[in-house]
Design a protein around this ligand. Structure first.
Ligand code: ATP
Ligand code: PRP
Length: 214
């Protein structure tokens, strides 16, 4: 495309990006929650949106299939960030990555340096680095969602997952026992596209920067 392609995931990132797009004069012509279309036009003939899985956004931008995208810091850490320019923290989709266990589980004892615990998570890189830094040996079990179930059915001692309101943990009789890091979503830009399409991309980056709410 001679114009620009922006990768977004539907749900909270799409919703929270709408005001930023508006600030750049961009209005999508379809609602991804209602449409099955994966390529969505906008009021601007030179801007299109592609709707991808949240964890796939960095990949589309890395390979230049999208010129820019918006991805959670969790996803970016797991991806590694190769080939991505990350000019802006957009301060949207804010949450934190936590270690959580069943209420009543003696985590202080289970997590003494040198001990070994079983942790289920989608965030294996974040979890591995965290437990390496605390000196706990960890057997990681990779999951793709609904991590909260794992300690309830004996799949793991603990999980590493995103927490925002804490409602999901509470509803499943779990509690956060360690905060690992805070998360928000970032603008990611393909480095080659930034050079070739700077005239189109830079105004969008600047408009997003001006619309970020602290
Ligand atoms: P995928 O579809 O690839 O499995 P996902 O289901 O985690 O990913 P979303 O739920 O749309 O995708 O989350 C997108 C991003 O929003 C996450 O990467 C994270 O940065 C952030 N996020 C996830 N859950 C919350 C939450 N409860 N509150 C605030 N932000 C969140
Ligand atoms: C995310 C995350 C937690 C939940 C935490 O799930 O995986 O389960 O939010 O938010 P809370 O502390 O406010 O309850 P999400 O709602 O995105 O569901 P999904 O990952 O299954 O799409």
């Amino acid at each position: 495309m001679s114009g620009i392609t922006i990768a977004l995931s539907k749900g909270r990132i799409f919703e929270e990006t709408l005001p930023l797009l508006a600030a750049a004069g961009i209005t999508p012509t379809d609602d991804p929650e209602k449409s099955r279309k994966l390529i969505i036009g906008t009021n601007r003939p030179d801007v299109q949106l592609v709707i991808v899985r949240a964890s796939d956004t960095p990949t589309y931008v890395q390979y230049g299939a999208a010129d820019m995208g918006i991805a959670g810091r969790d996803v970016l850490i797991e991806h590694g960030g190769a080939g991505l320019y990350q000019p802006l923290d957009l301060n949207i989709a804010r949450c934190r990555v936590c270690v959580a266990v069943r209420k009543g589980f003696d985590y202080a004892r289970a997590s003494q340096p040198g001990s070994r615990i079983r942790v289920a998570t989608k965030y294996t890189k974040i979890a591995r680095e965290h437990f390496a830094s605390t000196g706990v040996h960890v057997d990681l079990i990779k999951l793709y969602g609904s991590m909260e179930l794992a300690p309830l059915v004996g799949l793991s001692d603990a999980i590493v997952d995103l927490v925002s309101t804490g409602n999901t943990l509470r509803a499943n009789n779990l509690e956060a026992v360690e905060d690992i890091t805070t998360i928000s979503s970032r603008l990611v830009v393909n480095q080659a596209a930034l050079k070739v399409k700077r005239a189109l991309l830079q105004p969008v980056i600047d408009a997003f920067a001006g619309a970020v709410t602290p």
